[in-house]
Design a binder for this molecule. Structure first.
Ligand code: AMP
Length: 198
């Protein structure tokens, strides 16, 4: 039973670490960004609504975002635990997640904050743009996404810190190094993967 959140600025490596940690703990990594991108690619009604916000580096409205998370958390694989990557990102989303967890009689174990300095995240995002061609990875949109993160998501760190849930991990370095740091920080909180992964 492991319920984790990953928070950090765009480009901090959340997606990569989410995959590693989810595999180690045997829980699904749930990325709202991935769910939106899948829907945009397949031109679903949700994708058509989300696309303009994403391309502009804006957050998709809470009503749409909360609805997809509610659906996803009800799937059977999320019952024993989950790792949320990129959700919640606003205080309204925090309230919604609180409501969902309370309704299922569960709670978060830890919020992992991955920190990385701005120059580093910008250069990572520009590199990803060259490699993957994501529409929201242009220099202007990247700057805007970082500003939106600071304004709307950074305040969540205080909210979860006040609940004693936050562990902060340096996101600089090789993927395996950062994963190791996160696993160590989780172990200090008594959270260990069922099978040793290091
Ligand atoms: P990500 O891959 O997590 O960086 O998400 C890519 C984009 O999807 C974001 O810039 C937003 O437009 C949208 N998105 C992902 N997660 C959320 C969320 N929790 N709330 C609002 N918009 C989101």
């Amino acid at each position: 039973m492991t319920r984790l959140l990953l928070i950090g600025p765009p480009g901090a490596g959340k997606g990569t670490q989410a995959t590693e940690l989810a595999e180690a703990f045997g829980i699904p990594a749930i990325s709202t960004g991935d769910i939106f991108r899948y829907n945009v690619k397949n031109e679903t009604p949700l994708g058509l609504q989300a696309k303009a916000f994403m391309d502009a580096g804006e957050y998709v409205p809470d009503s749409l975002t909360n609805a997809i998370v509610e659906d996803r958390l009800q799937e059977a694989d999320a019952a024993p635990g989950f790792l949320l990557d990129g959700y919640p990102r606003t205080t309204d989303q925090v309230a919604e997640l609180d409501r969902l967890l309370q309704a299922s009689g569960t709670a978060l174990d830890v919020v992992v904050l991955i920190v990385a300095d701005t120059d580093e995240v910008v250069s990572r995002l520009l590199k990803r743009a060259a490699e993957q061609g994501r529409a929201d990875d242009t220099a202007d949109v990247i700057r805007h996404r970082l500003a939106v993160y600071e304004e709307q998501t950074a305040p969540l760190i205080d909210v979860y810190s006040a609940r004693g849930l936050v562990v902060t991990v340096d996101g600089l370095g090789a993927v395996a190094t950062v994963t190791g740091r996160i696993l160590d920080a989780l172990a200090e909180r008594g959270l260990r993967p069922p099978v040793a992964s290091k």
